[in-house]
Design a protein around this ligand. Structure first.
Ligand code: HEM
Length: 243
């Protein structure tokens, strides 16, 4: 799973499966647990795919961008670990009969870490925008685009991100991200697709924030899209320039 295609497919699958598993009241418990388990396995594969990043942690230069990316990845790793551990402990399929003590609190931690996973994954996607672009270019999926079209795409993304602010409210994600309860419950009997569109807009909002944060923290002498940890720069197949 080393080529750009499988890498991107794996990351996309991790995101889609996590979002899918989040729709508990649509899926029911068994499908939720199966989807969540597959999501965790896919995430683990993604982490292993990027093993070189972990091995390089002790090496190279540290600029603002690298500090930000490292803090975010460690938060994501911590969240994924919490999600993974609580998934096993609160599993109804595995342990319902045991009536474990403190299960209510553990369920809350499980839910809150799942909501945070969507926000952190969005930030992580935005901050890795340069890698996604390079992978897509290597696959031949990106063509040189006129500047006005590129701006139009960014404006569209910005509009979706603004919708993401409202969508976070519709889905009750803002209080839940601050570890508070929300009365917002999506009625899956009424509709399903709009739920996922709202969730997508919410992730797009955080992806835009991650992308902007990446642009704002360009290290000294670094291009905004260059790796900050001393790795050999990749060459961008579109322009031939180094990224
Ligand atoms: C749904 C969740 C996630 C999504 C959608 C996602 C997406 C991505 C994408 C698109 C990339 C760039 C493509 C690549 O080179 O593979 C990437 C890189 C990376 N991801 Fe994730 N990821 C997720 C979760 C995680 C988690 C939980 C961790 C850590 C435990 C993690 C660690 C990394 C690392 C270390 C890199 C390499 C960054 C670099 O080289 O600068 N990711 N991720």
């Amino acid at each position: 799973m080393k080529g750009p295609g499988p890498r991107l497919m794996l990351a996309l699958a991790a995101l889609v499966l996590t979002g899918f598993a989040l729709s508990y009241w649509w899926l029911g418990n068994v499908v939720h647990e199966v989807a969540g388990t597959v999501a965790i396995i896919v995430l683990l594969r993604h982490v292993l795919n990027n093993g070189a990043w972990w091995r390089r942690l002790g090496r190279g230069r540290w600029d603002k961008r690298r500090v930000l990316s490292t803090v975010l990845t460690l938060l994501l790793a911590l969240d994924a670990l919490v999600l993974c551990i609580t998934s096993v402990v609160v599993s109804e399929t595995l342990f319902a009969a045991l009536n474990l003590p403190g299960i209510f609190v553990l369920r809350e931690i499980h839910w809150f870490s799942a909501y945070w996973m969507m926000a952190l994954a969005g930030l992580h996607l935005g901050l890795n925008g340069h890698r996604i672009k390079t992978h897509l270019a290597r696959l031949g999926a990106l063509r040189p685009t006129p500047r006005p079209l590129r701006w139009a795409a960014i404006l569209l993304w910005f509009a979706v991100a603004l919708q993401g602010v409202a969508s976070g409210g519709v889905l009750g994600l803002w209080p839940r991200l601050s570890f508070r309860y929300s009365l917002a419950m999506w009625d899956f009997n009424a509709s399903v697709l709009p739920y996922f569109l709202h969730l997508g807009a919410f992730v797009a909002l955080f992806a835009m924030l991650g992308w902007l944060a990446g642009k704002a923290t360009v290290g000294d002498g670094h291009r905004s899209d260059a790796p900050a940890d001393g790795r050999a720069p990749l060459s961008d197949p579109l322009t031939g320039s180094k990224t």
